[in-house]
Design a protein around this ligand. Structure first.
Ligand code: ADP
Length: 217
């Protein structure tokens, strides 16, 4: 419940297995963003329990939130890149703030940029990138800390169909490497083609949870 007494989510009981690829769908205002904010501990539930891996959210204090955020990578529709930093620097920054050694940063960043197919653009600024490349940079930045879970909140919302598919392919590849992926999207074609688990949220409740789900709102 939000301070204005809006009940954004109610009676949600979900289990996501390690290494799963899950899509969450729901109309605008259904509660998807709230669910994601709970998972990254940007919001605290009024009641109920959240456990990710072995971490019980009730037991983590402020000091441990950075540790939790390292286990969970998040990418958003609007990329949230730092405009004055290059692709390399944007990704490196995520490690610098966690106190990773420069030698380790120099090793890890090119590797992850190769994984997302951005080696050539390493020294470009966000303004010089296509939407798809910006999202790849954001994904690289999330992945470079080796999270167990990657949350992609409408990652294709600002992309054309070709770039959207490329990003979805990349998320599938990351998932095959062993990272749990939680995707929210409004894109029916993508959801139906994925043939993965789909959780449908409506008015703060899970109304459908299917192993091979379809987009139906
Ligand atoms: P979605 O991401 O599916 O569009 P949200 O989780 O953003 O849905 O919203 C769920 C409900 O919570 C909506 O009724 C929304 O208006 C409300 N809500 C979201 N964020 C806040 C907030 N910070 N304060 C008060 N109400 C909010």
């Amino acid at each position: 419940m939000y301070p204005n007494k809006t009940v954004a989510l109610s009676g949600i009981s979900l289990h996501i297995n390690p290494k799963e690829f899950v899509t969450i769908v729901g109309a605008s205002g259904a509660g998807k963003s709230t669910l994601i904010r709970l998972l990254i501990k940007e919001e605290v539930p009024t009641s109920g329990k959240i456990i990710v891996g072995s971490i019980d959210y009730d037991t983590i204090d402020k000091a441990n939130i950075p540790h939790l955020r390292r286990r969970i990578g998040v990418v958003f529709q609007d990329f949230k890149l730092l405009p004055n930093l290059t692709v390399y620097e944007n990704v490196a920054f995520a490690l610098e703030v966690s106190g990773v050694k420069t030698s380790e940063i120099k090793r890890a960043v090119p590797k992850i940029l190769q994984l997302v197919g951005l080696s050539e653009k390493m020294h470009n600024y966000p303004s010089e990138l296509s939407g798809g490349e910006k999202q790849r940079t954001a994904i690289a930045r999330a992945l470079v800390r080796n999270p167990k879970i990657l949350i992609a909140d409408e990652p294709t919302g600002n992309l054309d169909p070709k770039n959207s598919w490329d990003i979805i392919e990349l998320l599938l590849k990351i998932n095959r490497f062993g990272t749990t992926v939680v995707l929210t999207t409004h894109n029916k074609e993508i959801v139906d083609a994925l043939k993965k688990r789909v959780i449908t949220i409506n008015r703060g409740r899970v109304v459908k949870d299917e192993k091979i789900g379809k987009y139906s709102l």
